[in-house]
Structures are given as structure tokens and as C-alpha cells.
Write a new protein. Structure first.
Length: 402
């Protein structure tokens, strides 16, 4: 098997995913173009040598439809020889796109592939594709569908994470993100988004709420109580998990991932391709895996995916220096930490999606770049990135610094 290396990783800032957000006026094709241009211009390679551009996108409709990866590559001025494709594994799409890119290089079929993702949640909202899992009553009933927020509260109830536990973790995410931005730890990877006149529209994650505390979060109402109790979703969850007497609704906007816009790109290539282009690899792709999990609980998959990819690499949790786990909901990360028996000091050390937001199709690539930057800053070796996935899945990836 060939080896695959990461040569660069870039991302846009995350803009609030609503009207008036910093990236709301920017079409998703322009977000994707921004990172594709940046990764090319920073590294100076011939885009005719790009064997593929693979971008994750969770709602590939409307402005994000029509194979946005290929169109973005053309729009960014890539050579016509560089193809592109869009992939969707819900929240893990950006990481899966990167893993697919790496797999093709490791298989010896490609020399250079760009992975990444894009999502404009302010312009193409969640659910825009109207998939049958949530909208077809027969499909929803047979697969025990409940909304993801109810799943998060079910996860917290099953494993005993209180409202205070979740709020405390959320406040920590905000503190760490604010400290990371203050220390300019994201400067290496952030690509400002500009308008057609070259004026900066956004150069900083804008979803953050510095100064947030567990006490201030305690004043917020739980977001999914009415949805669970008035529409019967709590009862559906209890049918699948009868050991639960009632669902304890603990999640709200302050301890769940923020809705944002953004894009990311990761430049991957073989050793020989990098040498031909005079590029120094930053990290090596070691192992990656995706798993399926029970779809009603839905959000427990990251730990199993991490265990699977660790096993494939012949490694244990103690071999990982830093962990990046997508903060879809606070209970997701708390459960991951417990299953892997981790010290919180090495998990999401610069905050996560609770503070900075979760641009669905791009997040996986973003957090892989984040852990790489932090490994370099701390002069550490190995990192693991993982995400929970809708419909009961999980994806994880291990990298090692060169």
C-alpha cells in the first residue's frame, strides 16, 4: 500500500447561519471556490495534476446542488483535467471526503486529491433535500426515526449526563475557543472570505460567545422538550429504549452545535507527488473508519469509529496525543470521553462546534485541520478526529505528523 500525506489544510471562518450572518451574502459555490483557490495559491502546484476534488455537502440541492465540487474547481480556475464529486455522509461528510481522497492515493490509483467540504446553512437550511428518513411516515416508522435533538437528550438520559454537566462542557468550549482566537492559533489555516471587490467579509469565527458560563447557560430553556412531549418523539425513543422511564431534556442552543456557514479543503498527495512539486508533507494519514450504530440513539457512533480505526492502526487510545470530537451536542463528547477513558485536557483543546459552529458538510475537514495545526504548535505526534453522524453512524481518522 502507498502512503498518503497531508500537505496543507485551509478553512474559511464560520459565519452565523442566518440572515445577517457574515457569510449569508456569499453563495456556497464562492465558499468552496475560496478554499480551493487558497490551497492552490499557497502551494503552487499545477492543478492539471489534481486527480480529483472531493467535497462533502449534506444538503446538495438548490445552490449546493449539481455536483458543487466539480463546478467549484472550474470556478476556481483549476485545469479542466481536474474532476470533482460531491459526497454525503451527513455530519461526517467533510472527513469522509478526505478519507476517500486518501484511500485512492493509498491504493496507488491517484497521486493528488483535494478533500474537504462546504455548507451554507443560512442559504440552504437543514432538511432542504427532504429526505425520506424524516419525511416519509412509513420509512420513519420502520427505522424508528426521532429528531437528532431528542437523540441527544436520550443519550444524556441513558448515560446520566445532567443539564449541569452539559452546560459546564459548553462553557469550557467557549472559553477554549476564545483563548485560541486570542492566541491566534487558527491563523495558519484561516482564509478570509472576500467579496468581488476584494473586501473582507469575514475573517473570524463569529458564532462564539466569550464569557459564557454554566450559570448563564442554566437560564436557557431546553430546546427539545415540546418536540419530544407534544409530538410523541419521547414515547418513540422509550419504545426503543424501555429502560428509560422518561427523557431528561438537557440540550439547548447554548450546549449544542451552532448553525453556521463555511468551507474547508485539505491537500493530499503521495510522497512522489510532493517531491515533484517541492512540497513538504505536514502529516501522514494513518487509519480511518466509519461504522453504523443504532439509528434512534444515533449519536453514540464516534467512540466505536475511533475504536475501529485504532484497531486497524494497531494503536490504543494512549497512543493519541490530541483528539478532536465534533461537538454536535455536549452529551456526544461527554460520552466519547467516558468510553475512551480520556483526559479532557487533550480533547478539543481549542474549543469546538458548540462555540464556533458546525457547517455540516465542512466540519470533518475543519477539525482534521485543527488537530494538525495544534499538533504542530505543541510539537506532538498523533491526532484523531471523529464525528457522530445522522441515522446512526460514526467516522474517525488518525493522522501522524511528519
Amino acid at each position: 500500500m502507498s502512503e498518503c500525506y497531508i500537505y496543507d489544510a485551509v478553512r474559511t471562518p464560520r459565519g452565523r447561519g442566518k440572515a445577517g450572518g457574515g457569510l449569508n451574502t456569499v453563495a456556497p459555490i464562492d465558499l468552496a471556490r475560496t478554499v480551493l483557490e487558497a490551497v492552490r495559491d499557497r502551494n503552487g502546484f499545477d492543478t492539471a495534476e489534481v486527480d480529483d476534488v472531493i467535497l462533502g455537502c449534506v444538503e446538495p440541492v438548490k445552490e449546493q446542488g449539481g455536483n458543487i465540487a466539480r463546478i467549484a474547481a472550474l470556478y476556481a480556475g483549476y485545469d479542466l483535467l481536474a474532476p470533482g464529486m460531491q459526497v454525503n455522509r451527513f455530519c461526517a461528510s467533510g472527513l469522509v471526503a478526505t478519507n476517500l481522497a486518501a484511500a485512492r492515493i493509498m491504493a496507488g490509483q491517484d497521486d493528488c486529491v483535494i478533500g474537504g467540504g462546504v455548507e451554507s446553512m443560512s442559504r440552504v437550511p437543514m432538511g432542504s433535500s427532504r429526505g425520506p428518513w424524516a419525511t416519509d411516515p412509513q420509512v420513519a416508522t420502520s427505522t424508528h426515526f426521532i429528531p437528532q435533538g431528542i437523540s441527544a437528550d436520550l443519550l444524556a438520559t441513558l448515560f446520566g449526563y445532567s443539564r449541569r454537566d452539559c452546560d459546564t462542557f459548553a462553557a469550557l468550549s467557549q472559553d477554549r475557543a476564545a483563548a485560541a482566537w486570542e492566541a491566534k492559533r487558527f491563523a495558519k489555516s484561516i482564509v478570509p472570505v472576500k467579496d468581488n471587490n476584494g473586501v473582507n467579509l469575514l475573517d473570524r469565527d463569529e458564532h462564539m460567545r466569550p464569557g459564557t458560563t454554566a450559570d448563564s447557560l442554566a437560564k436557557l430553556r431546553a430546546s427539545f422538550t415540546k418536540l419530544g412531549q407534544n409530538y410523541g418523539f419521547d414515547d418513540l425513543a422509550i419504545q426503543v429504549y424501555p429502560e428509560v422511564e422518561r427523557i431528561d431534556h438537557v440540550h439547548h442552543a447554548g450546549n449544542s452545535s451552532g448553525i453556521v456557514d463555511g468551507a474547508a479543503a485539505i491537500l493530499l498527495g503521495s510522497k512522489e507527488w510532493g517531491e515533484r512539486n517541492g512540497l513538504k508533507p505536514r502529516a501522514k494519514m494513518i487509519s480511518f473508519a466509519s461504522i453504523g450504530s443504532e439509528p434512534t440513539l444515533m449519536l453514540s457512533g464516534p467512540a466505536d469509529a475511533a475504536i475501529k480505526t485504532l484497531k486497524r492502526a494497531g494503536m490504543s487510545a494512549s497512543d493519541i496525543d490530541l483528539w478532536e470530537i465534533n461537538e454536535a451536542f455536549a452529551a456526544v463528547v461527554l460520552r466519547f470521553i467516558d468510553v475512551l477513558e480520556l483526559n479532557t485536557d487533550v480533547v478539543n483543546v481549542n474549543g469546538g462546534a458548540i462555540a464556533m459552529g458546525h457547517p455540516l458538510g465542512a466540519t470533518g475537514a475543519m477539525i482534521l485541520g485543527t488537530v494538525l495545526d495544534e499538533l504542530e504548535r505543541r510539537d506532538l505526534s498523533t491526532g484523531l478526529a471523529a464525528l457522530c453522524v445522522g441515522a446512526g453512524m460514526g467516522t474517525a481518522t488518525i493522522i501522524e505528523r511528519c
